[in-house]
Write a protein that binds this ligand. Structure first.
Ligand SMILES: Cc1cc2nc3c(=O)[nH]c(=O)nc-3n(C[C@H](O)[C@H](O)[C@H](O)COP(=O)(O)OP(=O)(O)OC[C@H]3O[C@@H](n4cnc5c(N)ncnc54)[C@H](O)[C@@H]3O)c2cc1C
Ligand code: SF4
Ligand code: SF4
Length: 421
């Protein structure tokens, strides 16, 4: 049975899972509308330096997807947008979407002249505050759409207007307003993903108190050529090149007081990040403190490869305490070494906490009858007919499995649109 050309799938969240769900439905003949909260598409994957296990740059795959979106008139997307309300039922939903003003229109050529003119600096959230941007900024080098945006919370507005004067293309409109509009759709897919678990909640691990303790997502940005240090792994306190680094596994995950589940990817992510530093500095040393290592299925080969590097040491033990060595800025880690039944203390240039993934739906309530487990993952089985959830919004997943899951949810959407089921 053919799909009527006006049938639409609404996808909430434009990370890899949402993009995949939109592409798979649109390429099968529907329309797809992506509603994304950030000023760019790509979600967390846009912040990663490399993918495990192949260590290829995630942006290759993302760019292919962005090209498929650009070339397909059946897909539209809204950035800086969120769904406020969803009414109706399978086959005939109505969603109210609120889109925040970007203050920069489609005439923007990304020339950057406005940045030199803008007097206001703000922390760069894309790089987890490790550098700054101006109030008018490009979200990141490879941003899609490649268009600047103004952070209204810090911009001085019309009294300043220096960016408007600097822009030769008439691309900046400081009077732009937020807008609300309606999207009609036959099916809805939630792909709202995750946030890094707030590492300051684990007091003994000293994130926020000891400067050279960072999180795994910060490590992705520190390693990336378009990151705050242009890919040099330098420690935050004094910019020293990091030669001796420790990773603390299960930082928050598998702990009833924090995240009561295994975040599934952190062991692989730390092993991947060990390879970043080993590749950049041949004499560097890496220690990975773990409780249980998880490298399921085909990932076992990657684990074997990393384990065979004699400069990478795995220590089975729970990290009890992290402190600063006053004067040197080094980080002192105290661990219960399980294999040798003793307490050890070691000093490192920098420590990376393998912080877990916490579902975005834990912190916001989503419209359209969405229910979550106590830990915030969307309960797929309790969703109304015609509403689906995919990717890390439903459980901790890697990118490959997120894509498979999103494709399966695209098929569910097609069943609704074709058969009205
Ligand atoms: C340190 C680290 C390293 C990793 N490295 C790898 C790796 O090498 N290989 C691998 O396979 N996996 C890796 N992962 C896992 C990978 O990041 C996830 O599998 C992937 O991000 C899942 O994509 P997603 O689209 O489900 O979620 P996300 O990437 O979180 O995307 C969700 C999107 O939805 C948007 N959104 C959220 N709420 C709303 C809302 N209410 N309205 C509109 N939009 C909304 C968000 O802004 C975001 O753009 C890593 C994870 C970590 C923590
Ligand atoms: S807003 Fe104007 S000045 Fe700024 S990058 Fe875009 S085109 Fe250039
Ligand atoms: S109007 Fe806002 S964005 Fe433009 S230059 Fe002034 S502070 Fe910067």
């Amino acid at each position: 049975m053919a799909i009527a050309p006006d049938k639409t799938v609404l996808v909430v969240g434009g990370g890899i899972s949402g993009i995949t769900a939109a592409l798979e439905t649109a390429e099968a003949g529907t329309k797809a509308v992506i509603v994304e909260r950030n000023p760019y598409l790509g979600g967390r994957v846009a912040q990663l330096y490399r993918y495990f296990p192949k260590l290829c740059p995630p942006y290759c795959g993302l760019e292919l997807n962005f090209r498929r979106i650009k070339e397909n008139p059946a897909i539209s997307f809204y950035t800086l947008a969120e769904v406020e309300d969803i009414s109706g039922s399978a086959g005939a939903f109505k969603a109210r979407v609120k889109q925040k003003a970007r203050y920069v229109n489609e005439k923007c050529t990304a020339c950057g002249a406005c940045v030199d003119a803008c007097p206001v600096e703000r922390p760069n959230e894309f790089n987890f505050g490790m550098d700054t941007t101006k109030a008018i900024y490009l979200p990141h080098d490879l941003s899609f759409p490649m268009r600047y945006v103004i952070d209204a919370s810090v911009c001085k507005g019309k009294e300043c207007g220096k960016c408007v004067e600097a822009c030769k293309y008439g691309a900046i409109d400081l009077e732009m307003k937020d807008r609300t509009f309606e999207v009609e759709a036959g099916a809805v897919v939630y792909a709202t993903g995750w946030n890094p678990y707030d590492a300051t909640k684990m007091e003994n691990l000293s994130f926020g108190n000891v400067k050279n303790v960072i999180t795994n997502m910060m490590m992705e940005r520190l390693s990336a050529p378009n990151g705050p240090t242009q890919g040099k792994i330098l420690r935050p306190s004094d910019g020293k090149e990091v030669q001796n680094i420790a990773f603390v596994q299960c930082a928050g995950s598998r702990d009833e007081n924090h995240l009561n589940y295994c975040s599934a990817i952190c062991c692989m992510a730390s092993m991947k990040q060990a390879s970043y530093i080993r590749e950049k500095h041949p004499d560097s040393k890496v220690t990975i403190f773990y409780i249980d290592l998880r490298a399921p299925g085909k990932y076992e080969d990657f684990y074997r490869k990393i384990e065979s590097d004699e400069n990478i040491t795995f220590v089975k033990g729970k990290v009890a305490k992290i402190e600063e060595d006053s004067g040197s800025g080094d980080v002192v880690v105290t661990v219960e070494d399980v294999a040798n039944i003793k307490k050890i203390q070691e000093k490192f240039d920098m420590v990376v906490l393998a912080a877990g993934m916490e579902p975005q739906a834990k912190t916001v309530s989503l419209p359209g009858g969405v229910k979550t487990e106590d830990n915030g993952f969307i309960l797929s089985d309790a969703l109304p007919s015609g509403v689906f959830a995919t990717g890390v919004a439903t459980r901790p997943l890697d990118v490959n499995t997120s894509n498979q899951d999103a494709t399966s949810k695209a098929i569910k959407c097609l069943q609704i649109l074709v058969g009205g089921k």
